[in-house]
Design a protein around this ligand. Structure first.
Ligand SMILES: [Fe+2]
Ligand SMILES: [Fe+2]
Length: 390
């Protein structure tokens, strides 16, 4: 790419990134595009949380290539300290410098930071060249770090990142951080809405809704790939679904405390009132011009419908229930059964699995259940990412 093409590429990417509203989907995309621009085999993106850098996403083409089609790499969640004398990413976040390292196994003596070989040891990967750039908002505030790993030449040999690569990623990072800032704000506002619902119904915690939403995105991607949906459509639906699924039970804010917090079983009349959280939730999203509102409304109203038409509130059957509702139904029940709640213990994993299988074809769409089981490894990793607080 020449200078002009690179500039055009940055402009194109900045427009594209600004259409992504969900922070997780956005970070994944930023990393992907950054790697594509400099032909990097792997990469990691961290977002800042106070004095720590939190690992957000990692991608690795070589390791991914060793997995069967459709499988995803599972990374352990971790945080690193932001300072000058621990990790490379921590150093970059603390100083705001760009580091272009030809070989991380040969760091300059006395540079202060270290490369942790643990991941390489476990995975059999050899990290060599590494370009680490701070994600900065309005020149000063570091909100994350992007790290691209192992530049490749046209024959696939690992080479160093060039000065041009560094410049390009630096420009790209400043564009990306604006989109990041907005997406973070959206996530914060959604979690605040959920916190309001949580004050009324302690079952609807931030952790629960993050899990249900992230499971839903995984299940949807499996389902959509199997159906052969277009990549663009899948990506934009994942983005909206990640946010909208969080609000599946937000209608509970309108249900009275005597019913929501009743320590005993609900009477049939009370249960009828409780069921209204579906339609009441949908009523919050009335802007038919907005795709987010349309999908959030559809999820709120349909997440208790059953495949065989025995659910509530409207009792449609089969594919007359929105796919988003069918997916959130499975994700929500899986999470509710797997977790401890005030009124019940967590179910044993094999019992949860049995129950989901058992409900396939009656309560749940068998195709969605199938996608759920195929995504189970990723789903379990998500559960670890968003643990309950107590
Ligand atoms: Fe619900
Ligand atoms: Fe829920």
């Amino acid at each position: 790419m020449n200078e002009r093409e690179k500039l055009n590429e940055i402009i194109r990417l900045s427009t594209e990134l600004s259409t992504i509203k969900d922070i997780d989907i956005l970070l994944e995309r930023i990393l992907f595009e950054a790697r594509a621009c400099v032909n990097a085999d792997a990469g990691t993106i961290y977002s800042r949380e106070g004095d720590l850098l939190h690992f957000s996403h990692a991608q690795n083409d070589t390791l991914q290539g060793k997995l069967p089609k459709g499988e995803k790499l599972i990374y352990k969640d971790f945080s690193i300290i932001i300072d000058k004398h621990s990790s490379v990413a921590g150093y970059v976040a603390s100083t705001g410098e760009v580091l272009n390292i030809p070989d991380v196994y040969n760091l300059c003596s006395g540079c202060g930071y270290y490369f942790d070989v643990e991941f390489d040891k476990k995975s059999g990967y050899r990290t060599k060249s590494m370009l680490t750039v701070p994600l900065r908002y309005e020149t000063d505030e570091v909100i994350g770090v992007i790290q691209v790993i192992n530049a490749k030449d046209n024959d696939g040999n690992i080479i160093e990142f060039t000065e041009d690569d560094a410049l390009f990623i630096k420009h790209f990072a400043s564009t990306a951080s604006i989109a990041m800032k907005n997406a973070r704000m959206t996530r914060t506002l959604l979690l605040r809405m959920i916190h309001m619902a949580e004050l009324r119904d302690p079952k609807e915690t931030g952790a629960h809704v993050n899990r249900v939403a992230a499971y839903s995105v995984e299940i949807y991607e499996r389902w959509a790939n199997k159906r052969g949906l277009d990549r663009k459509e899948i990506d934009s639906n994942r983005d909206v679904l990640r946010m909208a699924a969080m609000l599946h039970d937000v209608g509970k804010v309108a249900i009275s405390d005597t019913i929501l917090k009743k320590p005993a079983k609900l009477t049939p009349e009370e249960y009828e009132v409780m069921k209204q959280h579906t339609t009441l939730g949908a009523e919050l999203f009335t802007n038919t011009e907005s795709r987010f509102d349309r999908i959030a409304a559809v999820i709120a109203v349909s997440h208790h419908e059953n495949w065989d038409g025995t659910g509530y509130p409207k009792k449609p059957k089969g594919e007359d229930i929105s796919i988003f509702g069918r997916i959130v139904a499975v994700a929500d029940v899986y999470d509710a059964l797997s977790c401890k709640r005030v009124y019940k213990e967590a179910w044993k994993e094999e019992d949860v699995i049995e129950e989901i299988k058992h409900l396939s074809g009656t309560k749940f769409d068998p195709e969605v259940v199938d996608a759920f089981f195929k995504s189970l490894t990723v789903i379990k990793a998500i559960a670890e990412k968003y643990p309950d607080k107590n």
